[in-house]
Write a protein that binds this ligand. Structure first.
Ligand SMILES: Cc1ncc(COP(=O)(O)O)c(C=O)c1O
Length: 392
């Protein structure tokens, strides 16, 4: 198994964000137009979200100080789980501290139901960590390549063994979407096979908001079911997501059948107080999710802005896929050129991201540009103009 863990730069390298993420932010004391990060709906600073968090602070205090195995279940946690079940059209949902844990929780919950792991070579760190904890043979396959996955099956899967395939739904650095339909086609020929999607960047964004599986026309009733529950297909699909990015709250989420969610809650290793979001965080998250569910224009603006950005970048001669993913990775010449682009934009009051080290990022590093529902077309046009002038 290969590991993608490398040292990460500290925040002195990027700057300190002194406002909620949004179209306009304050970093290190200065105002900027912000095209970095993952707040795709920019609700983190919405007055109703902040008010809900403040009310819950007064009502419930900072934290329950105990785990859900004790009296750590606040009404706000249950509210998020009920809303999430409705949003994902599922029976039930499990809400936990961090989207990062989602893969761990699912892979842990599937213990005993797989023999060999296969993972996209650009998988997010959280997938890599879940593989390390799974302690079974694990093999990478070429990024977004079902043919290579088939080859890896032929090389490493012995008769009767059950594969567990892991991939991001949307890749965090590039913004590309995993070919879920092709993976499922391949897995249909293998009894008791499993596919797990880390949908952290797709929740809210793809497939009417439910994520990558919905984008591929897969019904919510076909995902996140206990392996012993009857299923129409030979392959089983699992997804975890986060409410910290597009949705504008904080914490990880899995929504699925009642049997699967109850199993995950009982097998998750996080029996500590801090494994559940505190009541104020949960209340703010419930408010954000409520806004997303009642006001479709929030997502519509994100979708329009993503298309506007992508069309504009294509007009600059860059190769950009035609999707509604709100961010795209860009590799332009070499590391020093990309750092220059980032630095010069910052001097002009515009922030984009450059990562030297991250899951799926090549050695030169990668620029990453993201838009949210809060941007206006004229803000995006300003970014495109300044970017064009630097590209020359
Ligand atoms: C693909 C992927 N999975 C999981 C996570 C973790 O989500 P959270 O920040 O909500 O813990 C991230 C966050 O950056 C991510 O990019």
């Amino acid at each position: 198994m290969t590991s993608t863990f490398e040292p990460m730069p500290d925040d002195s390298w990027t700057g300190v964000l002194e406002s909620p993420p949004g179209a306009e932010v304050q970093i290190d004391g200065k105002p900027y137009l912000y095209f970095a990060g993952t707040a795709y709906f920019a609700l983190q600073g919405h007055p109703a979200v902040i008010q809900a968090g403040c009310d819950a602070f007064r009502r419930y205090g900072v934290h329950s100080a105990t785990s859900r195995g004790g009296y750590g279940t606040s009404p706000s946690l249950l509210e998020v789980e009920q809303l999430a079940a409705d949003y994902f059209q599922a029976d039930a949902a499990f809400y936990f501290l961090s989207g990062y844990w989602g893969n761990n929780i699912i892979v842990g919950g599937l213990a005993g139901h797989y023999d060999v792991i296969f993972y996209d070579e650009h998988s997010h760190y959280s997938i890599m960590e879940s593989i390390q904890l799974a302690r079974c043979p694990a093999y990478p396959f070429v990024h977004r390549n079902p043919d290579d996955l088939a080859l890896k099956f032929r090389e490493h899967l012995k008769g009767g063994q059950r594969p567990l395939v892991l991939t991001d739904g949307i890749f965090a650095s590039s913004g590309r979407i995993a070919p879920v339909d092709r993976y499922l086609e391949l897995l249909q020929g293998i009894p008791n096979s499993l596919l797990v999607l880390d949908d952290a960047h797709a929740v809210g964004v793809l497939g009417d908001g439910r994520g990558t599986y919905a984008e591929f026309g897969i019904s919510s009733t076909q995902i996140n079911r206990h392996p012993t529950e009857p299923a129409a297909d030979t392959a089983r699909l699992y997804c975890c997501g986060t409410l910290s990015k597009a949705i504008g709250g904080s914490g990880g989420i899995v929504a699925g059948s009642a049997a699967w969610i109850s199993h995950l809650k009982s097998t998750s290793r996080y029996f500590n107080a801090a494994s559940s979001p505190s009541a104020p965080i949960a209340a703010a998250t419930a408010a954000a999710l409520g806004l997303v569910m009642t006001d479709p224009s929030i997502r519509q603006r994100q979708q329009n802005n993503a298309r506007h950005l992508r069309t504009g970048l294509r007009k600059l001669g860059l190769e950009i896929e035609d999707t509604s993913v709100p961010f795209t990775g860009l590799i332009i010449k070499d590391a020093s050129h990309m750092q220059m682009l980032q630095r010069e934009l910052r001097k002009r009051g515009i922030i984009i991201a450059y990562a030297k080290v991250y899951s799926g990022v090549a050695s030169a590093g990668q620029l990453r540009i993201a838009v949210s529902s809060a941007h206006t077309e004229s803000m995006i046009d300003r970014l495109l103009r300044e970017f064009a002038s630097l590209l020359g």
